[in-house]
Design a binder for this molecule. Structure first.
Ligand SMILES: NC(=O)c1ccc[n+]([C@@H]2O[C@H](COP(=O)([O-])OP(=O)(O)OC[C@H]3O[C@@H](n4cnc5c(N)ncnc54)[C@H](OP(=O)(O)O)[C@@H]3O)[C@@H](O)[C@H]2O)c1
Length: 306
């Protein structure tokens, strides 16, 4: 199933249920969580490679905490692991991957070049440093973290690394439509992904439409808004969740999924990591989707990062 087909299908809720293997995750013990890896649907990026639609974020998960959370996430069934140079935890993420014992080829590992390393030479060097810290010889996805500095120089370096087979897909993060158009106007490889802040309070419908139109995968950072603005106690989400026996976090993650958006929730707690995977045995109906759409405040919940 390619990305476009997925988006068409995910609007039809009955069909969605079919390929999510309903019921497999109702009882969520360790024994059946490893089966989740098989049931996490993938999207197909614009260069043909597959990316899990649900993954694990690692911001603030450093040192031993990072190692143990990543290893446990993998054992539970997460296959997409998101990190970045600026998180300072690539070694911990690499340690978690190693501890998990999983075959590297089963994972989808993302990292990002930070603004201090923008430009051709610095990006090449930063990429190698990321590989070394992660203990891998390739990345599945490498992103320009923010549209600052010498973006063209960075993209040129990333295109080369991509063409040389060291990165399976290249993309951007926190880019506007105009900034993406600038890249596609000037380079031969277009971004496969744009990772942007997206959650119920900042839904980004225009960006979603633009990205879908240009066959660029929308990926949500802070898909749970880090719990800000009362996300986990929001009454609207709670009322919907009650109908299905699901938490606010699960309703929110299911909502991302039904919009065709890749989400990468982070959790330092095993119970939450399990809960966040357990979103494939229910469906939000059209009226639920509209109700959640009305929660949009259309503004960032992270003004300090602007
Ligand atoms: N590209 C960018 O500029 C950018 C920016 C920000 C983030 N990111 C990426 O996106 C990932 C996710 O974003 P994020 O880490 O900022 O925030 P998030 O995933 O939206 O929220 C994480 C917070 O939610 C809590 N949580 C998780 N699951 C929960 C559940 N089921 N019930 C209750 N609480 C729950 C976690 O607490 P516990 O630990 O207690 O579970 C944690 O405090 C990051 O880790 C990072 O990889 C990228």
């Amino acid at each position: 199933m390619n990305r476009r087909e997925f988006l068409e299908t995910s609007g039809k809720f009955a069909a969605t249920a079919m390929f999510m293997g309903l019921g497999t995750s109702k009882i969520f013990g360790a024994a059946n969580t490893s089966q989740m890896a098989k049931s996490i649907e993938s999207v197909t990026l614009n260069n043909g490679i597959k990316m899990p639609i649900l993954g694990f974020g690692t911001l603030y998960l450093d040192d031993e905490l990072g190692i143990s959370c990543v290893a446990d996430a993998i054992s539970l069934g997460y296959r997409l692991i998101d990190t970045a140079t600026i998180y300072g935890n690539e070694e911990a993420v690499g340690g978690g991957i190693k501890r998990s014992g999983i075959d590297r080829k089963e994972l989808f590992v993302t990292s990002k070049v930070w603004v201090d390393d923008s430009g051709y030479e610095k990006t090449k060097k930063a990429f190698q440093t990321s590989l070394d810290k992660l203990g891998t010889d390739y990345l599945d996805l490498y992103l320009i973290h923010r549209p600052r500095g010498d973006v063209h120089g960075s993209w040129k370096a990333m295109e080369e690394l991509y063409k040389n087979g060291l990165i399976r897909a290249i993309g951007v993060s926190n880019f506007t439509a105009e900034q993406i158009n600038d890249l596609t106007d000037n380079f031969s490889v277009k971004p496969a992904v744009n990772q942007i802040e997206t959650h119920a309070f900042f839904q980004q419908p225009d960006n979603l439409e633009f990205l879908n139109k240009h066959n660029i995968q929308h990926e949500a950072w802070s898909p749970l808004a880090e719990g800000r603005n009362g996300y986990f106690t929001n009454e609207t989400l709670a009322k919907i969740g009650k109908k299905y026996g699901k938490s606010n976090a699960q309703v929110a993650l299911r909502w991302h999924y039904q919009r065709g958006i890749v989400a990468i929730p982070r959790s330092s707690q095993k119970a939450h990591r399990i809960e966040n995977l357990n979103i494939f045995d229910f469906e939000l109906d059209e009226s639920n989707m509209h109700t959640i759409a009305a929660l949009d405040l259309n503004k960032t919940q992270f003004p300090e990062w602007e």
